[in-house]
Design a protein around this ligand. Structure first.
Ligand code: FES
Length: 69
């Protein structure tokens, strides 16, 4: 069993920098570049970048896993 089994919206943070999307939103982050400049988010593995962009666009802070094909 994984976290994904119980939570339909398991993506909630930048794992590399332990920063939740809710915290980024509360900090007023308005672009992925700003998230990187202020908090480092996106500058390591980069996996959080599309979610940060979705957060900015939708205002949501929890997401399903995006499947990239
Ligand atoms: S999850 Fe954000 S840089 Fe890796």
């Amino acid at each position: 069993m994984t976290d994904f089994d119980d939570d339909p919206l398991p993506v909630k943070r930048c794992v590399c920098f332990e920063m939740s999307f809710a915290s980024l939103k509360a900090a007023g982050v308005r672009s992925a570049d700003e998230a990187e400049a202020r908090f480092g988010c996106g500058s390591k593995c980069g996996a959080c970048v599309p979610y940060i962009q979705l957060m900015i666009y939708t205002g949501r802070t929890e997401f399903a896993v995006i499947a990239l094909d």
